[in-house]
Structures are given as structure tokens and as C-alpha cells.
Design a protein around this ligand. Structure first.
Ligand code: S3P
Length: 266
């Protein structure tokens, strides 16, 4: 019995060695693919190719014992490759800024999936830390306190690497916040016309600044009063009106890659 267990563990060790060797080879291959795509001007991320690979593994393990588990491991491996590929595109965080209803949360979630990047929703982060909804924070402690929470969150998130941060709409109002954002990230300003904004936020009661002012004139005015701050903060601008979220993400990535290339060249 003792002997058997030792023998089984030895086989396990051999398997791990084989897997490690194969994974090292796979990662080197990914690096080669990135360089090839670069040289030939091809898009680095190709989700359709991921599907081809996963389908191939799916066929190999179909009806096999532990087929589902093996497939699950492969999903992780492929997600990891996506992460490596995404990191090769740019090496900084992405901070989404823009007015309420500009689509920051939706775009952050989509980018997170596309690039296998961690996403942080700043409002949710603050709510969890304070143990209170944003509207309650405004009500109990006032707007200034909430703005301090935003600045502190930026300081805490500075440690993070390669994350998408969906910022609250008021974050770029403080120049100190803009400085913090730019330390290790690209600020992407998502814009939309006031009518689109109203249509997206009109049924929500979660935004204290709009409660009791849910009309086009107020939104237009508030947007206008913030325009200069957003302009000053933005590294990249993407208009979201009338566009599908995938379209927005692709445009955003193209613009960031251009920016990254210019920074690397200079
Ligand atoms: C605010 C935007 C909100 C939230 C708070 C204040 C603002 O975030 O942080 O209600 O000042 O624009 P969203 O832009 O994610 O709605």
C-alpha cells in the first residue's frame, strides 16, 4: 500500500513536470505569435481563434473521464494567454471617466472580459468600504466627504497593475485625482450626447446629483460645467452615442494602442 502511494505520487510528479514543460513551450509560442502579429500588422487579440482552440480541446475530451474538468483548465490557460497578449498591447491601467450614464460600467465589464483584466467599479468599491450606498453617503456625510472617498480610492488603487477602473463621474473634477490617474494609467473619456445620457439614467434613483433634476436642461448644464475638467483629464476620447459596446471597446483599444506606440517611440 505504502509502496503504491509512493509510486502514484511519482507518476503525479512526472505529470506535473510534463505539464510544466508544455506550458512553458506554450507561453513561448504565445510570445512568438504576438511578435508575428506585430510584424504583420495583425490584431493581437483574436477571440475567434480562441474559440477554434477551445473547440479542438472540447472534441479531444468529449466523453472522456474528467472531460469537463480538463476543458475548464483549458479555459483558464486560454484566458491566461489573453492576459499576456493584452499586456503586450499596453502596460498601464485603463481609467474610464465621463458623465453619469456615459457607459463606463458597461464598457469596463466588456474590456475586462476581452482583455482578461481585473475591473474595479469605483462607486461599488466605496460603497463596500463605507458600508453604505452612495446616496446615503451624500445624505449623511455630504458631497465633500464622498469626493474625499474618491481621492482615497485612487490612492489605494495605485498599487494595482493592469486593471480597468470605472471612475465615478465626478472624479476628474479634482486636479489631484487627475494626477493620480495618470501615474500609471490612461484616462479614457467616454462621451455621449445629453439626450442619450438622459435616456440611460432617467429610471435610476442611485445618483444623488440627479435626483429631483432628471431633465435635459439640468444634465446639459452640468455636462457643460464639467467639460473643461474632462478635456484636461482625457488621454483618449470615445463617443459612445448610438454605438454597440463591442464597437466602443475596439475603438478605445485602437486609440490606446496608438497612444502607447507614440509613447514608446518618443
Ligand atoms: C457622480 C457620479 C456617480 C457617483 C455619484 C456622483 C458625479 O457615478 O459617483 O453619484 O458626480 O458625476 P457614475 O458616473 O458611475 O454614475
Amino acid at each position: 500500500m505504502e509502496q503504491d502511494l509512493t509510486a502514484l505520487r511519482a507518476v503525479l510528479g512526472e505529470c506535473d513536470e510534463e505539464i510544466t514543460r508544455a506550458l512553458k513551450k506554450r507561453m513561448e509560442c504565445i510570445e512568438g505569435i504576438i511578435q508575428y502579429k506585430r510584424r504583420h500588422g495583425m490584431p493581437v487579440l483574436q477571440p475567434e481563434q480562441e474559440k477554434v482552440q477551445l473547440d479542438a480541446v472540447g472534441r479531444m475530451v468529449k466523453d472522456a473521464p474528467f472531460g469537463e474538468e480538463i476543458l475548464h483548465i483549458f479555459e483558464g490557460i486560454i484566458e491566461n494567454s489573453r492576459k499576456i497578449q493584452a499586456k503586450s498591447l499596453f502596460d498601464r491601467n485603463i481609467l474610464l471617466i465621463g458623465f453619469m450614464g456615459a457607459g463606463k460600467s458597461t464598457v469596463a465589464a466588456c474590456l475586462g472580459r476581452m482583455l482578461a483584466m481585473e475591473t474595479v467599479e469605483m462607486d461599488a468599491y466605496i460603497e463596500a468600504k463605507e458600508g453604505m450606498k452612495i446616496s446615503k453617503i451624500f445624505e449623511v456625510y455630504g458631497e465633500e466627504y464622498f469626493r474625499n472617498c474618491e481621492s482615497n480610492t485612487l490612492i489605494e488603487l495605485r498599487k494595482k497593475d493592469h486593471v480597468v477602473i470605472s471612475c465615478g463621474g465626478g472624479v476628474p473634477l479634482r486636479s489631484e485625482n487627475v494626477r493620480l490617474m495618470k501615474e500609471n494609467g490612461y484616462a479614457v473619456w467616454l462621451t455621449a450626447d445629453p439626450k442619450t445620457i438622459l435616456s440611460r439614467v432617467k429610471h435610476s434613483t442611485a445618483r444623488p446629483l440627479l435626483n429631483g433634476h432628471m431633465n435635459l436642461e439640468y444634465i446639459q448644464e452640468l455636462m457643460e460645467s464639467r467639460r473643461e475638467k474632462y478635456v484636461a483629464a482625457a488621454d483618449v476620447i470615445v463617443d459612445t452615442s448610438g454605438k454597440h459596446v463591442m464597437e466602443i471597446c475596439e475603438e478605445l483599444l485602437q486609440k490606446i494602442s496608438g497612444l502607447q506606440e507614440r509613447t514608446t517611440r518618443s
